[in-house]
Design a protein around this ligand. Sequence first.
Ligand code: XMP
Length: 519
Amino acid sequence: TIVILDFGSQYTQLIARRIREFNVFSVVLPCTVPIEQVKKLNPKGVILSGGPCSVYDADAPDADVGLLAMGVPVLGICYGLQFIVHHLGGKVVGAAAREYGHAEVTVVAETPLFRGLPGSLDVWMSHGDEAEELPVGFHLTAKTSNAVAGIADEERGIWAVQFHPEVAHTRQGMELLKNFCLDICGAKQDWTPEHFIQSTVERVREQVGTGHAICGLSGGVDSSVAAVLVARAIGDRLTCIFVDNGVLRKDEFQKVQTTMREQLGLNVVAVDSSQRFLEKLAGVTDPEQKRKVIGNEFIAVFDDEAKKIFEAQKDSQPSAAEEIAWLVQGTLYPDVIESSSVHGPSHTIKSHHNVGGLPANMKLKLIEPLRDLFKDEVRRIGRDLGMPDDIIERQPFPGPGLAVRILGEVTAERVAILQEADQIVVDEIKKAGLYRKVWQSFAVLLPVKSVGVMGDQRTYANTCAVRAVESEDGMTADWAPLPYEVLRTISSRIVSEVRGINRVVYDITSKPPGTIEWE
Ligand code: XMP
């Protein structure tokens, strides 16, 4: 086991995920965890994550300094480096120039951490503080043009880097993490998807006992994989509920029902609540408010449906009635981290539906078997579960659906306009063979009208933005350089086929600083 201590970075789970990529088991624990608990896990190594604070902040996350002297190798990342420097007698100062984004690092000393890496590293940085004086026993292993980028005290078994090896933009990051986990710590590579499936099925079986569970299906990869996993654990004591929230894609309500029943053999109850959702959304324009409205309504529908299932159970099996208490959701790690901090002080970016939208009085207990995983890991699990490719390869679709792609008020009419445009985008992207190459490709309806001319007639209608991004996990993304031909076809089809749209623009914003969805 590699223990990762979370100091509140947006990237902490990314460290765990990288380590899983080479089949090593790791756990993420809050930085404040008692040292005895860490020792009990008998870790091969400890990684200190980054974090949004400065070591001098009054509320700076703290950890037991004894963790640095347990006799197991330690790797500090970003804030982790500053924590080590600060607590072992060195000095951290506010950087003259904050470094964000790409940087070039020069390796200045031979160390097992950089073994096999080139002398110049292409890395990703995000920090406001830097090490000025190193603690006794430490030496510099790498630097940027103006700051410390790596340090080590090999005798004590402590290494640290100022950059983030876990993000995809650090080219040699994986090699560095492998050097640490495999060579320095000697961790075993025995953690595989089958392991994950097996241990999750066992855990769910134990949690649910003789009870029943319901699952919110969205038709996407996450909830389908979650449902299939839980069905494996408890069989037909899982009932899946698929809700039409009025902001689904065109024809999706019918298509998803068929797939889930016929291809996955799931027990599905389909509920058309579109009217109810659209009424609640009337007049709402604030993005966070939309997410909350949909999240709350979703849970309300669930509660209603759960009650019906309760009642039916009560009739057939009176003792089981109290036990239907579980709600399965396909929440992934990026949904969790961007909504709230798991352990530490990371900042809320958006209240992702299924997380931030949950009302406090919800009556069902949650099972979230994918909560620590990233999308591509979920796809791998789905494949291992034998699920068909057309479900596994679906592009992500947000819980609040088209509502977060309709800027301004969501009305039935605007949903219908966007459904048509969305279908054209997906259709053309598929025809061009790009559907699996891009992470997501979709249309956004803007509350902007502009003037156009069609068949000698003046038009005054809506603008549609097309967004296509490349990403590995949704945490960071680049806009996709779609071929001009594809853009041309999408644009001319939308303007000529979709009544209500007379202009199409292409979004060329990466994440960060943009987000993938517009709201
Ligand atoms: P953003 O817009 O935050 O999106 O860059 C990152 C990824 O998450 C998806 N997304 C959601 N998924 N519930 C979900 O299950 C949500 O509320 C939600 N909001 C965004 C988004 O489509 C992208 O893949």
